[in-house]
Design a protein around this ligand. Structure first.
Ligand SMILES: [Zn+2]
Ligand SMILES: [Zn+2]
Length: 445
């Protein structure tokens, strides 16, 4: 900024001062020193159990919608803690209700339980050798997204907070969610539900009604024990886009006798590039649209009947998401019509809303996150990945944050890769962060 004026500098200085002051009004809003000490003692007691649970779940991973063993492990544990437990919520979802000894609001903490069709190559002594059906075929299964850690951490939090039940002002709902990653078998209908959406439809956010919801995801790019946070949109919406172009089959030497869906599809793919570049206000939020698969035809001299394309749409704003879907539909259909063909456009079955953190709630929870991570927090950029935690945020204000799990001593692969792994010594910070945001919310509302 070559022409930054002195006035601007002064204004920025004032703004910084105002922000610093605003921060200090929240600085006290975390748990009492007594509560913090009890939390730490509880976490120290369960830490080795949490590691053992994580390894057990890691060695016995289950694909989305198949989480029978994992949900039983969770339900048995919650029952032993004396919680009211509901199973079979939105599939294999488990909900534990911890009613505190004092009246207050209702907070939900969420962990996801499913694994991925990935062949593990970590060489860990507890590496997975599991095989399960994915889209009808035998497939290796691996916890390559860290949901084993999410589940084990939340089981640990449940045990620690159950031990503090008498002094908790309100209710804590523990949500163990299946099928975050998608479907492992093709659903029978385009509007089939799974994961968070299915749990919400089954009433997970009601009886008692949830006032605020929190969840975390591990990240192997952030140093172990550091917490990443962001106010507003943090993860993108994601919609699978399916476009079927119907033409009319003919000999490749006489295309005038048919309608060519391949040339039509080529025009559609080009025209769709204008959705983001020409019709979305990208000064508001970024967006991405990619066609990742295009299939049609069988040989060089036949103009085929049809072509099918698959793509993904990512946005950080629900209005932009709706606008982009309309535009994609219109462009595909009109371009097909102009060629004498027909295009059918559908979205799903995989569909995620924008994961957007409530700004007031995020600000109010920052001191708790900071304390949980011993001051080691960082603001993270938006990422175009998606999470169905967004489904809960559409019902109640929520904050989704990141737990750094990058080991210091060895490289690990990225999420969804065969060499994905994490540093288990981050688990106490993970437990503290979830427990602290829950108690901070309940003690201050
Ligand atoms: Zn994942
Ligand atoms: Zn994940």
């Amino acid at each position: 900024m070559p022409t930054a004026s002195r006035h601007t500098a002064i204004r920025l200085g004032l703004l910084a001062a105002v922000l610093a002051n605003a921060g200090s009004t929240f600085a006290e809003q975390t748990v009492s020193p007594d509560t913090a000490q009890q939390l730490d003692q509880g976490i120290a007691r369960v830490e080795s159990k949490v590691v053992a649970w994580r390894r057990d779940i890691h060695q016995n991973p289950e694909l989305s919608g198949q989480e029978i063993r994992t949900s039983k492990l969770v339900a048995d544990h919650l029952r032993k803690l004396g919680m009211k437990v509901t199973t079979g919520v939105g599939g294999h979802g488990v909900v534990g209700l911890l009613e505190g000894g004092l009246p207050g609001k209702v907070v939900a903490l969420r962990a996801d339980m499913d694994a991925l069709p990935v062949q593990e190559a970590t060489g860990l002594p507890f590496a997975s050798k599991a095989i399960a059906k994915h889209m009808g075929k035998d497939s290796p299964v691996m916890h390559a997204c860290g949901h084993d850690a999410h589940t084990a951490i939340l089981m640990g939090v449940a045990e620690v907070l159950a031990g503090m039940k008498a002094q908790i002002p309100g209710t804590i709902k523990f949500i163990f969610q299946p099928a975050e990653e998608g479907f492992s078998e093709m659903p029978s209908s385009a509007d089939a539900q799974r994961g968070a959406q299915a749990m919400v439809t089954d009433g997970v956010m009601e009886n008692p009604k949830v006032d605020a919801v929190f969840g975390l995801h591990v990240a192997p790019v952030i140093p172990s024990g550091v917490i990443g946070w962001r106010s507003g949109p943090i993860l993108a919406s994601a919609d699978t886009v399916r476009i079927t172009v119907e033409g009319k089959q003919t000999h490749g030497a006489a295309p005038w006798l048919g309608v060519d869906p391949i040339v039509t599809s080529a025009q559609i793919v080009s025209a769709l590039q204008t959705v983001v570049s020409r019709s979305l206000d990208i000064t508001k939020e970024p967006a991405v649209f990619s066609i990742g698969s295009i299939n049609g035809g069988s040989r060089e001299n036949i103009v085929p009947d049809s072509v099918e394309m698959l793509g993904t749409l990512r946005t950080f704003n629900e209005e932009m998401r709706t606008g982009a879907k309309e535009r994609i539909t219109r462009i595909a259909q009109s371009t097909a019509t102009a060629n004498g063909a027909k295009a059918e456009v559908s979205f799903g079955p995989s569909s995620y809303g924008v994961t957007s953190n409530d700004e007031t709630l995020t600000e109010a929870m920052l001191p708790a996150l900071k304390e949980a991570a011993n001051g080691k927090i960082m603001q993270v950029p938006k990422a175009a990945g998606a999470e169905d935690f967004s489904e809960y945020q559409q019902v109640a204000p929520g904050v989704f944050f990141i737990l750094g799990v990058k080991p210091e001593d060895r490289p690990v692969g990225p999420p969804h890769s065969p060499t994905f792994d994490l540093d288990e010594s981050s688990f106490p910070v993970g437990m503290r962060s979830l427990a602290m945001v829950a108690l901070t919310y309940l003690e201050n509302n």
